[in-house]
Write a protein that binds this ligand. Structure first.
Ligand code: SF4
Length: 109
């Protein structure tokens, strides 16, 4: 799986599959915030090849865990909503067509 730095997610996403689609923050100006100080860059979009590889790895793992189901996917990175609609749609289509139909969520943090 491709993860960059510390991964932040809400407690209610504890059982969700985490897929990194962005890393770092697009704003980076809040004085109190140290969330992404450990990254060597301010912000980047995850290459689609990495998202595809992570989903393929997940599907292989899920096949080996026959009793375990993933029902939700949480898109991580500080701000997945900064992605253009077409990119989010491409990611959503990958999630929906290559799986048993995950529910998808993401927030800005
Ligand atoms: S992650 Fe959120 S709180 Fe931190 S700098 Fe970016 S916008 Fe501000």
């Amino acid at each position: 799986m491709h993860f960059t730095g510390t991964i932040w997610r809400p407690p209610y996403e504890a059982n969700s599959l985490l897929i990194e689609v962005t890393a770092g923050c697009t704003h980076h100006k809040c004085k109190f915030c140290t969330l992404y100080d450990d990254l060597p860059f301010k912000f980047r979009m995850t290459p689609m090849e990495d998202v595809e590889a992570d989903l393929a790895e997940t599907q292989a793992q899920l096949r080996s865990w026959q009793s375990r189901q993933v029902k939700r996917v949480y898109l991580v990175g500080a701000n997945p909503f900064v992605l253009k609609f077409e990119r989010l749609k491409e990611i959503a289509n990958l999630l929906l067509t290559g799986s048993a139909g995950f529910a998808i969520s993401c927030t800005m943090n």
